[in-house]
Design a protein around this ligand. Structure first.
Ligand SMILES: Nc1ncnc2c1ncn2[C@@H]1O[C@H](COP(=O)(O)OP(=O)(O)OP(=O)(O)O)[C@@H](O)[C@H]1O
Ligand SMILES: [Mg+2]
Length: 302
């Protein structure tokens, strides 16, 4: 995406955003409400017409304002998962999965094969014939996820897909989405305003503010880089990989003593020692320590 701009009634919602997603990786757009994340995603999907800029997928120009080119959304071959699960309530899980394949004219035998495989992939095995309105929120979101994956899109877009779920399930689903994305290897753009989520899920993070890119990098770089101090409200908590406190002003002496206890509570390894006494850090620490012990990729980077 190059120089993407989108204005509504003369106000810029996205202001000259340029980024690329590495093949097979997850890039997260992180930022406060109203900073232009959803608008950016909708421009990629072809659901919104930008006022300037170019969007390319696999080298194909799908949107170019100067060339007046815009490939319709349904021909971009993009999978989308949104906050509202948007599954069809009066269809079974299998029927929900079958419809996008039918719309795309996939032959019956291939449809059956994929419908047979998909539930297992997202942890819905055994629920194939259950009506979607009789599933829990987490299960419905899994249907939405499977439905986005089933036609092998060349790009996956997630817009705050977990924000309707309770805290515990959200933590679990984060890890599952990340694991699944690695398995299927589909390049993805993930939108969230939750720092913990961004850190767990992403290969790379772009921090947006007022429609612009404020910072970008991998989670480790963003969290250790001093520049993060430029937005202290947003980055008010930190984990430091070697267990050091580096910003004493953010962590008054009195609260330092809580860190080792919290770290023990969530069984962090010494290198992942919790360095912040903020509630968000507790949640990250728990997720990270779980991820640490469950994914081979995490071990590889240790
Ligand atoms: N259809 C629209 N008409 C007018 N203004 C819009 C429209 N859609 C978005 N905006 C405005 O554009 C800006 C960016 O909105 P956007 O939905 O992209 O934010 P966001 O980062 O996704 O926020 P949130 O985290 O709350 O979902 C906001 O100021 C919003 O009011
Ligand atoms: Mg949004």
């Amino acid at each position: 995406m190059e120089g993407l701009e989108k204005s509504f009634d003369g106000e810029l919602a996205v202001d000259g955003v340029t980024f690329g997603v590495e093949r097979g990786k997850i890039l997260t757009l992180l930022g406060p409400s109203g900073c232009g994340k959803t608008t950016t995603l909708r421009c990629i999907a072809g659901l919104e017409a930008p006022t300037a800029g170019t969007v390319r997928i696999d080298g194909d120009v799908v949107t170019s304002v100067t060339r007046r080119r815009s490939v319709p959304a349904e021909r971009r071959n993009i999978g989308m998962v949104f906050q509202s699960y948007a599954v069809w309530p009066h269809m079974t899980v299998s029927q929900n999965l079958g419809l996008p394949l039918e719309v795309r004219g996939i032959p019956l035998a291939e449809r059956r094969k994929r419908i047979g495989e998909a539930p297992e992939l997202v942890g819905l095995a055994g629920l194939e014939n259950r009506y979607a309105n009789r599933l829990s929120g987490g299960q419905q979101q899994r249907v939405a996820l499977a439905r986005a994956l089933i036609y092998n899109p060349r790009l996956l877009l997630f817009d705050e897909p977990l924000s309707n779920l309770d805290a515990k399930l959200r933590e679990r689903m984060r890890l599952e989405i990340r694991k699944l994305q690695r398995e299927v290897g589909i390049s993805s753009v993930y939108v969230t305003h939750d720092q913990a989520e961004a850190m767990i899920i992403s290969d790379r993070i772009i921090v947006m503010n007022h429609g612009r890119i404020e910072q970008e990098g991998d989670a480790r770089t963003l969290y250790t880089r001093r520049r993060a101090r430029s937005s202290p409200r947003f980055w008010e908590w930190r984990i430091f990989f070697r267990g050091w406190f580096r910003i004493p002003t953010l962590f008054p002496e009195g609260r330092l003593s809580r860190a080792p206890r919290l770290a023990r509570m969530h069984s962090c390894t010494p290198t992942w020692r919790l360095a912040a006494a903020h509630p968000a850090a507790t949640s990250i620490c728990r997720s990270v320590s779980r991820m640490w012990s469950s994914t081979p990729a995490a071990h590889a980077t240790r």
